[in-house]
Design a protein around this ligand. Structure first.
Ligand code: SF4
Length: 163
């Protein structure tokens, strides 16, 4: 069975997508972006290995009455794409009303054909580029990063959220 390394959880974040969101942080990222916000999550060693069912249980324990969606951040959650896909599939079945956002250092073009994308509503793509840092942007740190409406973008031109 696939497992995914989880390094943390935040119950009611307002900076990782719209509304109050449950944020799950994964451990491990191969990039070493200067100015990375979560350098402790770069090493592949660390975190807690969990099955998708265990992650779903963790989510259930931490959802609150304010939760409006879930976000996977890291690290790079797509480094563990197979286990993430299984986790999101379980989550979708249990909580179809919640939106799913995923942060990644990959570009959308690199991962658009990956099975995990079918479970993602918004992909915040691209690694953080310090020389493109822009604190006026919502939910991302540098101007190369995009808030991609995945379903609208899979069959045609890339559609970004305008927030
Ligand atoms: S891709 Fe994201 S998590 Fe990975 S090093 Fe860059 S900023 Fe940090």
């Amino acid at each position: 069975m696939n497992t995914i390394k989880i390094s943390g959880i935040v119950k009611e974040s307002v900076v990782d997508g719209p509304g109050f969101r449950l944020v799950i942080f994964t451990q491990g990222c191969p990039r070493h972006c200067r100015g990375c916000q979560n350098p402790d999550l770069i090493p592949a060693i660390g975190g807690r290995e969990m099955t998708p069912q265990e992650v779903l249980h963790l989510i259930k324990q931490n959802i609150t009455s304010l939760t409006g969606g879930i976000t996977f951040s890291g690290g790079d959650p797509l480094m563990q794409a197979d286990a993430l896909a299984e986790t999101l599939k379980l989550f979708r079945l249990e909580y179809p009303q919640f939106s799913i956002w995923v942060y990644t250092g990959y570009t959308f073009e690199e991962v658009k054909h990956w099975p995990v994308l079918q479970y993602v509503d918004v992909l915040v793509d691209g690694s953080y580029e310090e020389n493109k840092r822009d604190i006026s942007l919502a939910f991302r740190g540098s101007s190369n990063q995009r808030l991609i409406d995945v379903k609208a973008s899979l069959d045609g031109e890339i559609q970004c959220l305008s927030i």
